[in-house]
Design a protein around this ligand. Structure first.
Ligand code: 5GP
Ligand code: ZN
Length: 111
């Protein structure tokens, strides 16, 4: 997708601190961490919004969640972490390519 910063990161056109990659997703460190550890799990197929969910996209998300469950210890998140998807304007979504935030490495404040 043209002009999508995460598509450019996936394509290697913009550098990133990549901590995991396979054929379907990458996990990178967030450039402006909001916790001691802050990762972004980004599916390689571009879709913008959680609200676009269909069977294919649900499969993609399922794969993301399963992969996170497999690698969280390698990321230093063994003591727990927070999973966040910001959706749309009110949700604070700034990048229009669906991604899952993983926050941890410390005790996080409540909502
Ligand atoms: P959103 O606000 O859309 O849920 O999250 C976007 C996240 O992407 C933000 O936490 C922001 O810091 C991060 N981000 C934006 N641009 C870049 C970038 O070029 N590289 C990395 N690693 N993270 C980015
Ligand atoms: Zn994209």
């Amino acid at each position: 997708m043209e002009n999508c910063i995460f598509c450019k990161i996936i394509a290697g056109q913009i550098p990133s601190a990549k901590v995991y990659e396979d054929d379907k997703l990458i996990v990178i460190k967030d450039i402006e961490p909001k916790a001691k550890l802050h990762y972004l799990c980004i599916p390689k197929t571009h879709f913008a919004y959680f609200t676009e969910m269909d069977d294919d996209k649900a499969e993609t998300l399922k794969y993301c969640f399963q992969t996170i469950a497999n690698i969280y210890k390698d990321l230093g998140l063994e003591d727990g972490y927070r999973v966040i998807i910001n959706q749309g304007e009110n949700g604070g979504q700034t990048v229009k390519h669906l991604h899952i935030h993983l926050l941890g490495g410390e005790v996080l404040g409540g909502f």
